[in-house]
Design a protein around this ligand. Structure first.
Ligand SMILES: Cc1cc2nc3c(=O)[nH]c(=O)nc-3n(C[C@H](O)[C@H](O)[C@H](O)COP(=O)(O)OP(=O)(O)OC[C@H]3O[C@@H](n4cnc5c(N)ncnc54)[C@H](O)[C@@H]3O)c2cc1C
Length: 257
């Protein structure tokens, strides 16, 4: 099976984020594989181990994304491709990302493409479905289980806590949801092997694209942090007094009564 994973390098939202001039400050920020893409890498490796073939991990990014690609190779992916837009593009949006990926997949015979359900930084959840539409293949989002038998694919997907069962066929694109698997940590031998695995680097030119072809259709006007939360108030004393004080606060301070 020809298995592809779409992987995005994202900043770690568990870490403190600083915003400077309407942009997220990259200096000092921690960067990781988008967590949903880790599920995609893990599932791709499992599918390959069961059905044979190879796993290629693809990212659009800058030179620094090589680190996250090497991590995916250390987990067990076979090949990586970095589509490096550093010299060509300053801005991009979902249109840009999908247009580049569409050109990349033009001459590939992908049986299955696995993406994350959503990127934790920009969280549009658009890239997977939009790419499938452009490639004219079926897609199933937020999957929590997948089994492939010949051309037939059985899938379970998370629908807000319920499970929906779907049958579809290859070639296919899926987006991966929490619960699909437990992504492995790269082992030491895996890390050593990853250094020798192929990592191809492409630029827009190699995909017969130029800047105008992929120009963003949207513009981010502003990015800002949520307002700081005020400290809560802890009421003390007898329950009766606390209730009276609470009612008074709700009426006079919060003005909700
Ligand atoms: C050249 C370029 C320049 C950019 N410049 C800026 C900028 O200046 N400011 C800014 O805020 N954003 C910038 N971006 C980021 C861009 O807006 C988002 O990466 C893109 O729109 C995807 O949206 P999302 O992150 O919400 O992805 P989602 O649709 O939420 O992601 C879902 C899944 O799609 C796949 N995916 C998403 N992005 C990529 C990727 N890059 N490579 C491989 N797979 C991917 C992953 O599997 C991911 O889990 C740029 C992107 C590109 C390509």
């Amino acid at each position: 099976m020809n298995i592809y994973v779409l992987l995005k390098r994202t900043f770690d939202t568990e870490e403190k984020i600083a915003i400077n001039d309407g942009r997220i400050e990259e200096e000092g920020a921690e960067f990781i594989i988008n967590p949903y893409d880790e599920y995609a890498v893990e599932e791709a490796i499992n599918l390959r181990d069961e059905h044979g073939g190879e796993v290629t991990v693809v990212t659009i990014g800058e030179e620094e994304s090589e680190k996250q690609l090497r991590t995916a190779l250390a987990m067990g992916a076979d090949k990586a491709v970095l589509i490096n837009t550093e010299d060509d593009l300053e801005d991009g949006d979902q249109y840009t990302t999908v247009k580049i990926l569409e050109a990349f997949f033009e001459d590939k015979e992908a049986d299955i493409i696995l993406a994350g359900n959503v990127a934790i930084d920009e969280a549009s959840g658009q890239v997977g479905p939009r790419l499938a539409e452009r490639l004219d293949i079926p897609y199933v989002t937020t999957i929590t289980s997948i089994s492939v038998d010949g051309e037939t694919v059985q899938i379970e997907r998370d629908v807000e806590g319920d499970v929906e069962k779907v049958e579809t066929s290859l070639p296919l694109l899926v987006t991966c949801q929490q619960g699909l698997n437990e992504p492995r940590y790269p082992s030491l031998p895996g890390i050593m092997k990853a250094k020798k695995k192929p990592l191809e680097e492409l630029e827009l030119d190699d995909l017969d694209l130029d800047e105008d072809d992929v120009e963003a259709k949207t513009k981010t006007v502003d990015i800002f942090l949520p307002p700081e939360k005020e400290a809560g108030k802890v009421l003390e004393g007898e329950i009766d007094d606390q209730v009276k004080e609470l009612v008074s606060l709700l009426r006079n301070e919060a003005k909700v009564l």
